[in-house]
Design a protein around this ligand. Structure first.
Ligand code: ADP
Ligand code: MG
Length: 342
């Protein structure tokens, strides 16, 4: 059975681009949109720079559409034992946290709910529906960590020292985090509470661009363990899958944020995590490199996601952009990075 899995064709990383609407402050500053949408999977930046992705979401698109088209199928996959990763990439203020739903969700309208709350609701709905399937036992656990300056912080247990957290690769290739609190959740409400608690705890450092900005990667991980009776016999089989939901650090260059000293060092380190991710995703898209060397070890982020990026895991990257002409350069950088990932 194991062999069968290995023979499966490695799945490509899917990349979609999403533009948020112009914000009030951008309108006040007389910014104009510099991104045009033709309705297909392409967009045009400025006069003539055309980028094509697996899909493109214009400012008017809903949270629901991006979720149901790109993320819901991954939830289904998790119940079949396939790991999944959804990553939001882009400059600070481009809509990563809004899209992922990894910020404060307590006063959001239902239709504004981001990806994580939708994943949770779908999972528990499905668990309820499957409740009466004979002999099936199921356990859901969550962890929530942040990677900041290549140090890991446990957002569900902030007093844990980052030195006591380690990433280990087991003999079977599975990645496990040691020293991180995993919370077993028995209901949608318990899972939401974990998300809210951890989100509150995120390190937030002000920058000149957006004082809500975060220079850290946050990774909310849902693990589903299912004990399924084997056909005929009395024994059971353990099917386990992880779903990583990643709100990446802002992709802007240090120069742009005008930071100095300690802050500048932060930016440089964050870029190295995004750089490693770009290298991994690009290697996964290259048949030769995929077979020989995918550079997972270059950062904590890629190391931690190693068993959930590539192979038969499902991966979707959402490149978030602002349509404002004042963000032209950063948007260009984001689209180039995302393009390289395809
Ligand atoms: P990031 O996490 O990339 O720094 P945020 O998600 O915090 O960016 O978004 C910046 C601002 O833009 C927030 O006020 C957010 O509510 C708003 N915003 C982002 N995306 C959208 C969207 N698709 N529709 C409406 N508002 C959005
Ligand atoms: Mg954010």
């Amino acid at each position: 059975e194991e062999e069968e899995e290995e023979e499966e064709e490695a799945l490509p990383v899917r990349v979609v681009a999403r533009a948020r609407p112009l914000l009030g402050v951008e309108t006040v500053l007389s910014c104009r949109s510099c991104v045009a949408f033709s309705g297909g999977a392409s967009l045009v930046l400025g006069k003539d720079r055309v980028f094509t992705f697996d899909a493109v979401y214009p400012p008017s698109s809903s949270q629901e559409s991006i979720y149901s088209e790109w993320v819901k199928p991954l939830v289904d996959g998790c119940f079949q034992g396939y790991n999944a990763t959804v990553l939001a990439y882009g400059q600070t203020g481009a809509g990563k946290t809004y899209t992922m739903g990894s910020g404060n969700n307590s006063c959001r309208l239902e239709e504004e709910m981001g990806i994580i709350p939708r994943v949770m609701a779908d999972m528990f709905q499905r668990i309820e529906e499957d409740r009466f399937l004979s002999g099936r036992e199921l356990e859901v656990r969550v962890s929530y960590i942040e990677i900041y300056n290549e140090e890991m912080k446990d957002l569900l247990h902030p007093s844990t020292s980052s030195k006591s957290i380690a990433i280990r690769e087991r003999g079977d290739g599975k990645i496990v985090l040691t020293g991180v609190k995993e919370v077993q959740v028995n209901s949608l409400e318990e899972m939401q509470r974990a998300l809210d608690e951890g989100s509150l705890c995120r390190t937030v450092a002000g920058t000149m661009m957006n004082n809500q900005s975060s220079r850290s990667h946050s990774i909310f991980t849902i693990t589903i363990d299912q004990q399924v009776p084997k056909r005929g016999g009395k024994s059971r089989e353990l099917i386990t899958a992880k779903f990583h939901l990643v709100d990446l650090a802002g992709s802007e260059r240090a120069k742009r944020t005008g930071n100095v000293g300690v802050r500048l060092k932060e930016s440089v380190n964050i870029n190295s995590g995004l750089l490693a991710l770009g290298n991994v995703i690009s290697a996964l898209g290259d048949e030769k490199k995929r077979a020989t060397h995918v550079p997972y070890r270059e950062s904590k982020l890629t190391r931690m996601l190693q068993d959930s990026l590539g192979g038969n895991s499902r991966t979707v990257m959402i490149a978030c952009i602002s349509p404002a002409d004042s963000s032209f350069e950063e948007t260009l950088n984001t689209l180039k990075y995302a393009n390289r990932a395809r």
